[in-house]
Design a protein around this ligand. Structure first.
Ligand SMILES: *Cc1c(COP(=O)(O)O)cnc(C)c1O
Length: 366
């Protein structure tokens, strides 16, 4: 067996300890005589799995009792519709567009009401987070929407927008559990888990309970109401049982790491190794304004498509995989989520140094 350093943006690297635990539990989960994939979601054993997962998540993120935690399906993309469908009363919302995912969310919301794009960084290919300290937010907007970490472009909010009293809704798919968070600042905070938390198939929605409405129109599909899932403790229908169990193992792993404060310190250290190298490199350049650089997704380029291709190919032979950038940025992207060990980043940087030395001629010609 040989594991690679996997820099994929998602589905992405999971902690080795968690994968080993999955393997150990596979045929016989804690004496039940079956795997978690095979057991009833209504049984006692599964009940304790999902309850414990929720309890550990609440502890990690400090989620207050007046917030519900929902384990849903349909990916983060389904939330692009569920959010306006459940939160729009005045049929108006403010969106801050900082990349493809925010753009998609805004486009979906338009199906349900008026969307006011109150800030955007489209003018510079989403390479920064706009100033969000004093936005012109319509008085009657139902909420303000952000994508807190832009997986494709590698930007991250380090200060939340001044919503001027409006509810804040945030997509945290790619920075979920990467650092401490003050849940009380949000009305809804959600993410697909396949970037930083678990296997694809679970979307976690954390929603302030007073925003869960029971006065939605009859026409709203049952499965798309937050109330349906909140009332049934995420067991209205069959949940993605095994995937939630794996998320639960990851929560335990994060607690063992010392919780989100400790995890954030590690993530910052890891990102620094890469950004420090990029800042002084003559060949590789980061694509994002320094103040907004994500701790999770690090895009970079050489400036030559040919060299980029050669680099990606060469890294694969070294066991450094999935470094090809998203087509809308080009070049490379290193996703360095919680489960990426610092050694992985150090090995990548060492290889970048070597590649740069070997291509000194290209640097001089550039
Ligand atoms: C990947 C991603 C999505 C889409 O997630 P799905 O679960 O595939 O629908 C949405 N938002 C962000 C920030 C993402 O990184």
């Amino acid at each position: 067996m040989s594991r690679v350093y996997n820099f994929s943006a998602g589905p992405a690297v999971l902690p080795e300890e968690v994968l080993k635990q999955c393997a150990e539990d596979m045929l016989d989960y804690k004496g039940s005589g079956m795997s978690v994939m095979e057991m009833s979601h209504r049984g006692k054993v599964y009940d304790s799995i999902i309850k414990e997962a929720e309890k550990d998540l609440r502890e990690l993120m400090g989620i207050p009792d007046d917030y519900a935690v929902l384990f849903l399906q349909g990916g983060a993309s389904t939330q692009f519709a569920m959010i306006p469908l459940n939160l729009m009363k005045n049929h108006k919302a403010a969106y801050i567009v900082t990349g493809q995912w925010a753009k998609k969310a805004a486009a979906e919301a338009k199906k349900f009401g008026e969307v006011d794009v109150v800030a955007s960084s489209a003018d510079q290919n989403f390479s920064y987070i706009p100033d969000v300290s004093d936005l012109d937010i319509p008085e009657d907007a139902d909420y303000v929407y952000i994508c807190e970490n832009n997986t494709i472009y590698g930007t991250e909010y380090f200060e939340l927008p001044n919503t001027k009293g409006h509810i804040l809704v945030a997509d945290i798919s790619s920075n979920f559990l990467s650092r401490p968070v003050d849940v009380t600042k949000y009305g809804v905070i959600y993410g697909g888990v396949q970037k930083n938390v678990g296997p694809a198939g679970v979307t976690i929605v954390i929603i302030r309970k007073d925003l869960i409405r029971d006065d939605l129109p009859e026409s709203v599909p049952t499965m798309l109401k937050y109330k349906t899932h909140a009332d049934a403790d995420s067991l209205y229908n069959t949940p993605p049982c095994w995937n939630i169990y794996v998320c639960g193992l990851v929560f335990k792993w994060l607690k063992e790491q010392g919780g989100l404060e400790a995890v954030a310190v590690k993530n910052e250290e890891k990102a620094k190794v890469l950004y420090d190298f990029l800042d002084q490199s003559k060949l590789f350049k980061g694509t994002v304004q320094a103040k907004d650089r994500s701790f999770m997704n690090v895009p970079f380029v050489t400036g030559s498509d040919e060299l980029d291709k050669e680099f990606v190919k060469a890294t694969e032979a070294e066991g450094l995989v999935s470094l090809k950038g998203h087509r809308s940025v080009g070049g490379m992207r290193a996703s360095i989520y919680n489960a990426m060990p610092k050694e992985g980043v150090e090995k990548l940087v060492a290889f970048m140094k070597k590649f740069e030395e070997e291509h000194a001629e290209d640097v001089n010609n550039a």
